[in-house]
Design a binder for this molecule. Structure first.
Ligand code: PEP
Ligand code: MG
Length: 576
């Protein structure tokens, strides 16, 4: 059976399915007669939980390092806290409750105590208590905790969706593909799959209820399909495709040391998007010259507490030290679908139109200043650029720059060194900023077009909603015109460059058009760099300009795609 989804990360995987579905235990409150038996059930569950956590921690230390493993140490501490286990035992002994109810009651009670504390650190412990409570509950109920941190064989993960914490824990040696019920090309699972270079198909509807654990699968990330229980012929066909794809990737890799340059010497910058210092290796391996987007929110999201200045400085320095080229560090983009457990925000009716990114930072100025201090302190280690996200107009740029100025004055007073000429730019991802790029230009050193959001806001298409994903089209004439407007506005000033860090920058059908429109910098998932480079190195700049000019006169994105497809065919470029 073939199921069609959204192509999220290229490559072919032929492996068994591994169902990663978090089952919920239905907890009923009953009174037990055999108290001893119930206590034994609880004690066994506590012991099993400890064993599981110890082994996950050991693996995390070995594979991800001690910092990433800290979370599991915190979980073990919760488990070993006498208040935790003793209170559960008391619920059974004194109130004769069943073990499930005892675990749930105590977890809930302790969680609430921590949630009510003023201190951010203790507040965050509430999430740990919940995690550990769920683990113990699953063990009491005999539900096997699905664990993807340590797998015995190569698998394709089947899940509803994958949270950043899931991908952080995942056994990267054995996970060879993702297939999920929900998600889109620009959802974080997709971005993560591309940065890990794992083939992925998302938005498959209900793959989690269609596939059985251990069932053989074929996943074609480029075609966006999953084949369940493939026939011998299908297996042979895809094995051949897989081999062809691997040699195609190898051939592209030979361009690694070459610059992003057209046949007639028009040079652009080809850089990578990263979410953490761990992604640097992929960018370097694929020949990226620098970083066009460092999504710093993952540093905040992967932590139980607000990362302090020192933690941030160390992460930023690691990235800066890895590149001679530019490293664009985007300030915190939280809000929308991204939340921080330790930063409670009011519920919003339209979170994507709400208190997100720079809007939140301009409200929470202490948090913002801590990040700016960390970036500035790290800036002496490389070619740091600061980028503000979700800018809607020039006023926000001026406000954000005034906070930056304050931080610089503080560092001056403290005698701390930083790059005084640090370049400051904005993401152009709201249509109002794209339209007024000429007004904003004098205030910035660069623009970086964020097409993931620019499309959602211009076309009024929620980037996560599959029902309207057919309308999500970066090659829509409205988007092309906005892009042109931004590039032209920046080029009217000698020192300003325009880059793009939305997923469109790495789309082979967009690259020739963007090149022709005069985009100066292309920032993309590491694995997209080689093909984008090959396309650029196969064309003359004039050719690309002519193509862009033609595209601007077309009525639909489909027509633009057709035009580019023909061009790539003529250039003998295969997109696999
Ligand atoms: C964008 O919106 O295009 C972008 C690069 O930012 P993010 O995907 O993190 O919202
Ligand atoms: Mg964005």
């Amino acid at each position: 059976m073939l199921i069609k989804g959204i192509s999220a990360s290229p490559g072919i995987a032929i492996h068994k399915a591994f169902l990663y579905v978090k089952e919920e235990v239905e907890v009923l409150s009953t009174l037990v007669e055999d108290v001893e038996k119930e206590i034994k059930r609880l004690e066994d569950a506590l012991a099993a939980s400890k064993e599981q956590l110890e082994s996950i921690k050991e693996k995390a230390v070995a594979e991800l390092g001690p910092e990433e493993a800290e979370i599991f140490e915190a979980h073990i501490m919760v488990l070993e806290d006498p208040e935790f286990a003793t209170s559960m035992l008391a619920e059974i002994q004194e109130n004769k409750y069943n073990a499930e109810f005892a675990v749930q009651t105590v977890t809930e009670r302790l969680k609430q105590i921590f949630e009510m504390m003023d201190d951010d650190y203790f507040k965050a412990r509430a999430a740990d208590i919940q995690d550990v409570g769920t683990r113990v509950l699953n063990n009491v109920a005999g539900i096997e905790n699905v664990d993807i941190s340590s797998l015995d064989e190569d698998v394709i993960i089947i899940a509803e969706d994958l949270a950043p914490s899931d991908t952080a824990q995942m056994d990267k040696n054995h996970v060879k593909g993702f297939a999920t019920d929900i998600g889109s090309r620009t959802s974080h699972t997709a971005i993560m799959a591309r940065s890990l270079e794992i083939p992925a198909v998302l938005g498959l509807g209900n793959i989690t209820s269609t596939v059985k654990n251990g069932e053989p699968l074929i996943l074609d990330g480029q075609a966006g399909i999953v084949i369940l229980n493939p026939t011998e012929e299908e297996l042979a066909e895809y094995q051949e495709k897989k081999t062809a794809y691997e040699s195609y990737v190898q051939e592209l890799a030979t361009l690694k040391e070459q610059p992003g340059e057209t046949l007639d010497g028009h040079r652009v910058e080809l850089v990578g998007n990263i979410g953490s210092p761990n992604d640097v290796e992929g960018v370097l391996r694929n020949g990226g010259e620098g970083v066009g987007l460092y999504r710093t929110e993952f540093l905040y999201m992967d932590s139980d507490t607000m990362p302090d200045e020192e933690t941030q400085r160390i992460a930023y320095e690691k990235v800066l030290e890895s590149f001679e080229g530019n490293v664009i560090i985007r300030t915190l983009d939280i809000g929308g679908d991204k939340k921080l457990p330790y930063l409670p925000l009011e519920e919003e009716l339209n979170p994507f139109l709400g208190l997100r990114a720079i809007r939140l930072c301009l409200k929470e100025t202490d948090m913002f200043k801590t990040q700016l201090r960390a970036i500035l302190r790290a800036s002496v280690k490389g070619n740091a650029h600061i980028m503000f996200p979700m800018i809607s107009g020039v006023t926000e740029v001026i406000l954000a720059k005034s906070v930056l100025k304050e931080v610089m004055t503080e560092l001056d007073a403290e005698g701390i060194d930083y790059d005084r000429d640090i370049k400051v730019g904005i993401m152009v991802e709201i249509p109002s900023a794209a339209v007024t790029a000429d007004i904003i230009a004098p205030e910035v050193d660069f623009f970086s077009i964020g097409t993931n959001d620019l499309c959602q806001y211009t076309l009024a298409v929620d980037r996560m909603n599959q029902q309207v994903s057919y309308l999500y089209d970066p090659l829509h004439p409205a988007i092309l015109r906005l892009i042109k407007n931004v590039i032209d506005a920046s080029h009217a000033h000698a020192d300003i460059f325009t880059g793009m860090c939305g997923e469109m920058a790495g789309d082979p059908l967009a690259v020739p058009i963007l090149l022709g429109l005069g985009l100066d910098e292309f920032s993309m998932s590491a694995s997209s760099i080689p093909l984008a480079k090959k396309i650029m190195r196969s064309m003359r700049f004039e050719e690309a300009q002519k193509l862009a000019e033609e595209a601007l006169h077309l009525a639909t994105g489909e027509e633009v795609k057709e035009l580019v497809r023909k061009k790539l065919d003529a250039l003998d470029i295969v997109v696999m």
